[in-house]
Design a protein around this ligand. Structure first.
Ligand code: URA
Length: 433
């Protein structure tokens, strides 16, 4: 089974046999598919898709490409969430801390930036010393002690996805329903979960730009996961603007701290967090119904327990012991921070969110080649939401950059990604279903 022959079948719209998919997954792990061949295969799948059987085979082969975790002896539900990716999407941090505080075990295996979207693991690495790749025994120990650990894929967890993901990131093969399904679920099934909540983002900053495609992705993920025995609910949420007020690794970590301590809570972000946390608590049996889930969520935040758990997790994974109190002591700031001012008056009507995500990548906050180092300091903050009325010259965001030239370009890109209207715009709902 030569790689080029397998690629050829999919390139021509054929259906791959089980052993051909297995050969591809083996080739991802042992290197017998070169980067070029993996990229070509990803593009062939992107163009010609996979049927349900192929998708299930790809997902389970990738899941079994490394260790599959078992949580025997853990006496509370093993519950997690995963997002299809967005810009400014820092929801995982809040959710893990809240659900951990409410009694769940949350062993979260997160991704790196993908295409224009940011990655949870990259964001965590903004914190000095934070190790997103502990050994599995360390990972399990932290989950047992604190209820929560957020890590990256280790070399042994779904290694096939790890390589495929890094190549998709730089080959314009990200937005594919079968590839996203297999990527997410290979990791989540390998993590040995009881319950999964999927945040399927929709809009111009999401992998799926139309509601129809988002629904198809939600259905694809739910059906493959439920068939594999993991109770899964997909919730479709809006990504037609940056989520929260920051986009960029360290800046998003700072917003997370402000959220957990109650210093600043963006309302749209809060709506998404509450909706997903409610589903995690109810579906795992940690809460009886939505209203008791809501009480538990409020209590986890108001009591400071969620913040405390997050703080302890940071320390347990190699970060400082007082991160929540002094986040900037453990993170670097950008060299240049510049206000972005509205060039006209009116309502902020639309945001080309994907362009803003790409602008963060352009600043150095994401990758343009597999394995590249990212600049954690760069991005945007003080982002005003859509629907806000501004006067020409008002500050609508700030750019954080390595140098003046980068800041100037990113500020131009930011302004180019916005449109204004005279009348108050009608905004998309935050939660679709
Ligand atoms: N998150 C993942 O882990 N994989 C994808 O393909 C998209 C989002």
């Amino acid at each position: 089974l030569l790689p080029q022959e397998i690629i050829r079948i999919k390139r021509d719209g054929g259906v791959l046999k089980q052993q051909e998919i297995q050969r591809f997954v083996d080739g991802l792990v042992d290197g017998s598919f070169s980067d070029a061949q993996v990229g070509a295969m990803a593009m062939a799948i992107f163009q010609n898709s996979l049927n349900t059987e192929e998708k299930v085979t790809l997902t389970t082969s990738m899941m079994h490409s490394g260790d599959v975790l078992s949580w025997e002896g853990y006496d509370r539900p093993i519950v997690d969430k995963h997002s299809t990716g967005g810009v400014g999407d820092k929801v995982s941090f809040m959710l893990a801390a809240i659900v951990g505080a409410c009694g769940g075990y949350v062993p979260m295996i997160s991704g790196r930036g993908l295409g224009h979207t940011g990655g949870t693991s990259d964001k965590l690495e903004s914190i000095a010393g934070f190790n997103v790749q502990p050994t599995i025994p360390q990972f399990k120990k932290i989950v047992k002690e604190l209820g929560v650990a957020i890590i990256s894929q280790t070399d042994n967890l779904a290694p096939a996805d790890k390589r495929l993901y890094s190549i998709r990131d730089v080959t314009a093969t990200v937005e594919s329903i079968p590839l996203i399904t297999a990527s997410i679920l290979s990791k989540k099934l390998a993590a040995g979960l009881d319950t999964l909540v999927m945040d399927v983002k929709v809009g111009n900053g999401a992998m799926m730009t139309s509601l129809e495609d988002a629904q198809a992705l939600a259905e694809s993920i739910s059906s493959v996961a439920n068939n594999a025995g993991v109770k899964t609910q997909a919730i479709i949420t809006d990504m037609n603007q940056v989520l929260g007020v920051t986009a960029g690794n360290a800046l998003e970590m700072f917003e997370t701290v402000q959220y957990l301590t109650g210093e600043f809570i963006d309302p749209r972000l809060h709506t998404v967090v509450k909706s997903l946390a409610t589903a995690m608590l109810v579906n795992s049996g940690l809460a009886l119904d939505a209203s008791s889930a809501e009480k538990q969520i409020n209590n986890a935040l108001d009591s400071g327990k969620a913040a405390e758990i997050f703080d302890k997790m940071v320390a347990a994974l190699g970060g400082p012991t007082n991160y929540i109190e002094q986040p900037w002591a453990a993170m670097q700031k950008a060299n240049v921070i510049v206000d972005i001012k509205a060039a006209q008056s009116g309502y902020l009507a639309q945001m080309n969110t994907r362009d803003i995500g790409m602008s963060v990548v352009g600043l150095g906050g994401g990758r343009t080649a597999p394995g590249q180092l990212v600049d954690h300091t760069v991005g945007f903050d003080a982002i005003l939401p859509l629907g806000e009325k501004v006067t020409s010259g008002d500050v609508i965001a700030r750019v954080h950059a390595k140098d003046e030239a980068g800041a100037k370009l990113a500020a131009e890109q930011y302004l180019g990604a916005l449109s204004f209207s005279d009348a108050k715009p009608k905004l998309a709902p935050v939660i679709y279903s």
